[in-house]
Design a protein around this ligand. Structure first.
Ligand SMILES: NC(=O)c1ccc[n+]([C@@H]2O[C@H](COP(=O)([O-])OP(=O)(O)OC[C@H]3O[C@@H](n4cnc5c(N)ncnc54)[C@H](OP(=O)(O)O)[C@@H]3O)[C@@H](O)[C@H]2O)c1
Length: 354
């Protein structure tokens, strides 16, 4: 089992190379191992395993990890491969249907691969165990569930979309040490809470998620661009709410850089999540303000909370007349990590296990 796990960890490393490029598809990595050297050649010492090829899903709509891995193996072993004596490791069940590419389970059967070790089953109803059945029916030795938790966690956005028909929701905000996200104001600029490094990490988070959302007042007061300018990767789809049609059309959120969705008539959270799932959006990063974040926290329908707590106080003492926007109320059950002298709390919402 330890052997299976070490190759599965390698699959997860490879899978992650597709981050930023494959959404809403899952990140998948594959490793082909020649593991019956006795049958191979006298030059190879007994019990030596050889990695013959590696591959990962690189681009949405592009070839899956399995064909990429086999292509890599064949290119580097032109003398031919004894597939029957090989094990293919892959963190997600090989597909069984014709989508943008032909079924990977069929390719595995055609090549005559002896054994396939899988991290987790594919929740996509078009696959969901069919890939495993197809291979077993053809005589392939299939093992399922190696590092299953880690495999599901890597693709938690994908699993959430298919198992709960809603995007994976991450709530994120920055607050002062005394618990405010801004000063109360009707104009002017927001207070600076984040450091430049943490701002850059927020842009990394934006690239990891398919959509980003803010409330009406944040758009009106801050006029944010909501782009991924300080990290490589795509700009997320921008989402806001505008029940009273008050957001000016020349706001940055309507720039041509990325698509924007505005909910006007119905801003019910369950309705929004259902609508985003229908659009195949597998994740949304909610960046504020306090009213929208608190509303979502109160519904209980979210998956992660990321809070940055700076070391500055908005109010120097209890007599301060400065009025602040209180941060959402959230039980800090986790230990923070420190970045740039700020505390970063990251918590998974325990109700949802991916
Ligand atoms: N430090 C940070 O991390 C951070 C991040 C973002 C924003 N901010 C700051 O937060 C402040 C704005 O926060 P805010 O709490 O005043 O406003 P907000 O959360 O940005 O927007 C709230 C408004 O959105 C509208 N809305 C429509 N549907 C809603 C729904 N389902 N749930 C909640 N709201 C809905 C409501 O306006 P209607 O009733 O008019 O429809 C509501 O008053 C600004 O000062 C901004 O700079 C700080």
């Amino acid at each position: 089992m330890a052997k299976f796990e070490s190759y599965m960890y390698r699959c997860l490393q490879l899978a992650q190379l597709g981050e930023y490029y494959v959404a809403p598809n899952p990140m998948v990595g594959a490793v082909l191992v020649y593991d019956r050297p006795k049958l191979f050649s006298s030059e190879v010492p007994e019990k030596t395993e050889l990695i013959l090829g590696e591959g990962w899903h690189q681009q949405y709509g592009g070839p899956h990890a399995e064909p990429n891995c086999l292509r890599n193996a064949e290119a580097t072993h032109p003398q031919g491969i004894d597939y029957k004596s090989c094990t293919l490791y892959v963190n997600l069940e090989p597909c069984s249907h014709y989508g943008k590419t032909p079924p990977c389970a069929e390719l595995i059967i055609r090549k005559g691969i002896g054994r396939v070790v899988i991290g987790s089953l594919d929740p996509n109803p078009q696959v969901a165990g069919r890939g495993v059945k197809m291979m077993r029916d053809a005589g392939v030795d299939v093992i399922v569930g190696v590092l299953e938790e880690e495999c599901r966690s890597l693709n938690r956005r994908f699993f959430c979309l298919h198992e709960h028909h809603r995007p994976y929701v991450i709530l994120k905000w920055a607050q002062t040490a005394d618990g405010f996200i801004d000063v109360v104001r009707t104009e002017g600029k927001p207070i600076v809470i984040s450091t430049p490094l943490i701002k850059q990490l927020v842009h990394q988070q934006r690239a990891e998620n398919m959509a980003i959302m803010v409330g009406t007042r944040t758009v009106l007061l801050d006029n944010p661009k909501l782009l991924t300018t300080h990290w490589s990767g795509h700009h997320p789809v921008r989402i806001t709410l505008d029940r009273h049609n008050v957001i000016p059309l020349d706001s940055h959120i309507f720039s041509d850089d990325a698509p924007t969705i505005v909910y006007r008539e119905n801003t019910n959270w369950s309705f929004i999540l259902n609508d985003l799932a229908t659009r195949n959006i597998h994740s949304v990063l909610v960046e504020g303000g306090a009213t929208l974040l608190q509303h979502i926290l109160d519904t209980g329908i979210y998956d992660e909370v990321h809070v940055e707590v700076s070391n500055q106080l908005l109010k120097s003492d209890s007599t301060s007349v400065i009025e602040g926007v209180p941060a959402p109320v959230y039980p800090k059950t986790t230990k923070p990590i420190m970045i740039d002298g700020h505390q970063i709390y990251v918590a998974r919402h325990c109700v949802n296990k991916f």
